[in-house]
Design a protein around this ligand. Structure first.
Ligand code: ADP
Ligand code: CDP
Length: 234
């Protein structure tokens, strides 16, 4: 008898992907959804931020693809859940606040353009797909990393609104920021992310696009939860 093994993506735990540009609200809504559903959360941007920071601290030029990919493949990082979020420890040093600066966002975007760096981080991201489900936040979650995801969202907002949100977020955390410089940094980063050769920032063909410019965080959460209900996943 001939046995045919058919791969069945449905057998894998469910994934909701949320991709989009900086400041669209991905991290915020993903954390709320993960909490509400009791699912796992992948902040893929943190991996690129940590890789950028670790490479920079070692004095590695950010276009040295092999060296940066080696850093990405061997990251000595720990994510420690706390009452108010996740603490990030890189090589014994608490970098929770440092990795959220726009400066590190720019380092992240530079190393993220290198194909071997993306390859080095691929399996690490896929390993987050555990029962009962995963909410994945990033740029290529629905197009590359979890191309078979059951629900894909592309969350966006106007550049002006995203700059304002980021400014408020950073200053509230006590991180120095200038609004015009921030808007320019975000513009440069979005352009680099959208135009790179590998895994560029773009909606998956089967993604639902949500423009959050004039939506509250609660309204965005409800729109995504209604997609989850329509798909019969909850
Ligand atoms: N719909 C929204 N309306 C107003 N502020 C928002 C909204 N969504 C997110 N924010 C705020 O904008 C800032 C950036 O959101 P964040 O989730 O970090 O974006 P991203 O992960 O897409 O870069 C945060 O301070 C967050 O509280
Ligand atoms: N899946 C991902 C996630 C982030 N990134 C890169 O990492 C940078 C930082 O991502 P992030 O999600 O932490 O950034 P914000 O949206 O929070 O500003 C992005 O500008 C991208 O260049 C990526 O290339 N692919």
């Amino acid at each position: 008898m001939k046995v045919v093994i058919v791969s069945n993506p449905q057998a894998l735990p469910v994934v909701i992907t949320v991709d989009g540009p900086s400041g669209a609200g991905k991290g915020t809504v993903c954390a709320i959804l993960a909490e509400a559903l009791g699912w796992h959360l992948l902040d893929s941007g943190a991996l690129y931020r940590i890789t950028g920071l670790a490479s920079d601290r070692r004095g590695i030029a950010l276009d040295s693809e092999e060296l940066v990919a080696d850093v990405a493949a061997n990251l000595d990082v720990r994510f420690i859940p706390t009452g108010s979020g996740v603490q990030v420890i890189l090589e014994g040093d608490d970098v929770t606040t440092t990795i959220r600066t726009e400066e590190v966002g720019s380092l992240a975007s530079q190393v993220a353009a290198l194909p071997k760096v993306r390859e080095a981080l691929l399996q690490r991201q896929r390993d987050f797909r555990q029962a009962p489900g995963l909410i994945a936040d990033g740029r290529d979650m629905g197009t590359v990393v979890f191309a078979d995801a059951q629900i894909k969202v592309f969350l966006t907002a106007s550049a002006e609104e995203r700059g304002q949100r980021r400014y408020k977020q950073l200053t509230e955390k006590g991180i120095d920021a200038s609004l015009p410089a921030l808007i320019e940094d975000i513009r440069v980063r979005d352009e680099r992310d959208s135009n790179r050769a590998v895994a560029p920032l773009r909606p998956a063909s089967d993604a639902t696009v949500i423009d959050s410019t004039s939506l509250s965080i609660e309204e965005v959460r409800e729109e995504i939860l209604s997609l989850v209900r329509q798909a019969g996943l909850i």
